[in-house]
Every structure is written in C-alpha cells, then in structure tokens.
Design a protein around this ligand. Structure first.
Ligand code: GLP
Length: 248
C-alpha cells in the first residue's frame, strides 16, 4: 500500500518527512531507522536536529543502519556517507554513535563487508522505518536499473556518470571510488515501513514510473508497489507527472 503526501516545496517536504520519522521515534523510542544520503534528505535531517534541540525528540535509544557506502573511503573522508551522516545528523543529536551503522567502506573483501552488514541488520532486529531518496532513473540506495530484486547487501560497480560526477571532489581520478556497498532490494523490502522522499521536476518521471508503472528491475523503485506500508512525501514538482496523469 502506498500513501502519497503532497508537499508545497522542499521545505514542506522536509518538515512532513521529519514529522513521520519523529512519530516513529515517539511511538517506538528504541526503533531501528534505515537512513539515506543524497541531497534530498538533508532538510529532513535539519528539521529533526531542530526539534531535538528544542527538546522535542530523543534519539538516545535509536539504532540506525544506512543504505550504502563507497568502497575504499574511510569515515573521515568528507565524501564518505559515514561523514555525511555524522555532519548532517549524528553529531547534532543524542544518538549513541556505536549504534549507528554504515557499510564498512574500508573492508576490501566485498563478500565479507556485505555479509557483515546483513548480519548487523539482522542482529538489530530488522528495520522499522527505511528512509529512501530516489535516483533520476528510479534507483534506490545504489541499486541501479537491471539488478535482480532478490539481492541483499552487495558490491556494485558505479556507473560511469556517477564516477565522473564525483571526480571533482577528489584530487586524482585514482581516488574516485569506482564501487559501493549497498543494501539490496531484499533488505529494503524487509523494512516494516518505508518513507520515500522526492523533490524537483527531475524526479517526476522516475516517481511516476515507480509508483504507477510496470514493476520491473529496470525501475528499481517500482518494487515498492509490492510493499504493504510505503509513504511517499514529495513536492509538487516531483509529483507533477502523477498529477498531470490524474492519478492523484
Ligand atoms: C545516490 C544515493 C541514493 C540517493 C540518490 C539521489 O545515488 N546512493 O541513496 O537516493 O543518490 O540523490 P539526491 O537526493 O541527491 O537526488
């Protein structure tokens, strides 16, 4: 079941998404949150930090597991997803950092890194609420189009366009990550609840195809149609095609 909430703009999307996450934390203080990186959730994290600072939220019993991490990057690298999570959320709230998990980018043995991460997800009791962004091609985490739906955490080769887009952040081409560890669709689908956030016109096609198109590995997020508790919070621009087609 998919419920869609229309937000006016990015700020409104961020506030609505943060409301849903805080309700989860209030209802189950020791919940396991699946967290995401990318530019879309930054405003959501900012809002959560604000509410924490006002005394309205308590992260002390929360556990988190992130979707993905670049292979080869340490948590100190400002391009790593661990660094992103620390600077955008963890450093500003009272979460116990030892209960925040991100795939181990420094583990060279991919099989070991992925098996360990699956083990972590299992040992924390599974994910109560998974936050997701969406790629312009419908990817979630780093599950790019064409990958099998049945996978758990695995190592992916980044697409040439992602590698090129990241190149500007690194001193040399050799330093740019070529691979990433990502939760698979199977891990994501096992979450009890899913919260997908989307903003901007460039997500409109992906969002329409994911929510109303054919369920196919070519649009990874389309599998969400088979999940029984998905909430989508998207701004009008991201929903524009869905609105135009008269779906909502
Ligand atoms: C990357 C991340 C995804 C994210 C996507 C979209 O591929 N691995 O988790 O959803 O980018 O990012 P943005 O929110 O910046 O559009």
């Amino acid at each position: 079941m998919i419920t869609i909430y229309k937000a006016k703009d990015y700020q409104d999307m961020s506030r609505k998404a943060a409301n849903i996450i805080s309700a989860q934390i209030i209802m189950k203080p020791n919940c396991v949150l699946g967290l995401a990186t990318g530019s879309t959730p930054i405003g959501t994290y900012r809002q959560l930090v604000e509410w924490y600072k006002k005394g309205d939220l308590d992260f002390s019993k929360v556990t988190s597991v992130n979707l993905d991490e670049y292979k080869g990057l340490s948590g100190d690298n400002d391009q790593s997803y661990r660094y992103f999570m620390n600077t955008n959320l963890f450093d500003h709230v009272n979460i116990d950092k030892t209960k925040t998990f991100v795939p181990n980018g420094l583990e060279k043995d991919s099989e070991k890194a992925c098996a360990e991460y699956n083990e972590i997800i299992q040992s924390v009791g599974g994910i109560d609420m998974q936050l997701l962004g969406i790629g312009g091609n419908g990817h979630i985490g780093f599950n790019e189009p064409g990958l099998a739906f049945e996978q758990k955490t695995h190592c992916v080769d980044l697409t040439e366009s992602t590698i090129q887009a990241n190149a500007r952040f690194f001193e040399s081409m050799d330093d740019v990550p070529k691979q990433a560890y990502t939760m698979g669709i199977k891990n994501i689908m096992s979450a009890k609840k899913i919260l997908l956030v989307a903003t901007g016109e460039n997500k409109a096609e992906a969002l329409y195809q994911s929510l109303y198109g054919k369920i196919t590995p070519n649009v990874p997020a389309s599998i969400l149609q088979l999940h029984n508790d998905v909430t989508v919070v998207a701004d009008e621009a991201a929903l524009s095609l869905i609105i135009k087609k008269g779906e909502i």
